[in-house]
Ligand binder design. Sequence first.
Ligand code: HEM
Length: 128
Amino acid sequence: MPTKVVTLAELRGHTTKDNIWVLLHGNVYDVTKFIDEHPGGDEVILSEAGKDATEAFEDVGHSDEARALLPGMLIGEFEKGTNETKAKSYQSTAAAAAMENAVEQTSNVFYFVPLAAIVAYFAWRFYS
Ligand code: HEM
C-alpha cells in the first residue's frame, strides 16, 4: 500500500528524463529507471512527465505484464482533494479555475437557450 502522499507540486517537479514521475490511476510512479527500457519508447512517457498519464496509458491497452511492473516504481498516492484533471495540463491554478468557470457558464447557456426557445414557442402559441 502506498504510504507517501505526493502533492501536485511534487509531481510537476519531476519532468526530466533523469528524474521523471507520472500519475496513473491516482498513484505516482518514478519511471526514471524504466524509461530507457520502455517498449513504447521514452518520448511517449516524457510527454506525460509530471502529469496524469492514465488516459495515455490506458489508450495503449497495456498488458498485465506492463501493469505488474508498476508496484516496483510506486512512490505514493497522489494527494486527495486535488482534482486530477488539473494535473493533466500545466495550467496555473488561477487559469484552471477560470477554465472551470467558463465551462460552467457555457453549460448554463446550453441549458438556457432551449428553455428560452420553448418559452417563446408557447408564448407565441398563446398570443396568436
Ligand atoms: C509508466 C508506466 C508504464 C509502463 C510500466 C509501461 C510498460 C509497457 C510495456 C511492458 C509495454 C510492452 C507491451 C505491453 O506489455 O503492454 C509497453 C508498450 C507501450 N507503451 Fe508503455 N508503459 C508505461 C507508460 C506508458 C505511457 C504513459 C505511454 C503513453 C503514451 C505508453 C505507451 C506505450 C506504447 C505506445 C507501447 C506500444 C509499443 C509497441 O507495441 O511497439 N506507455 N509499455
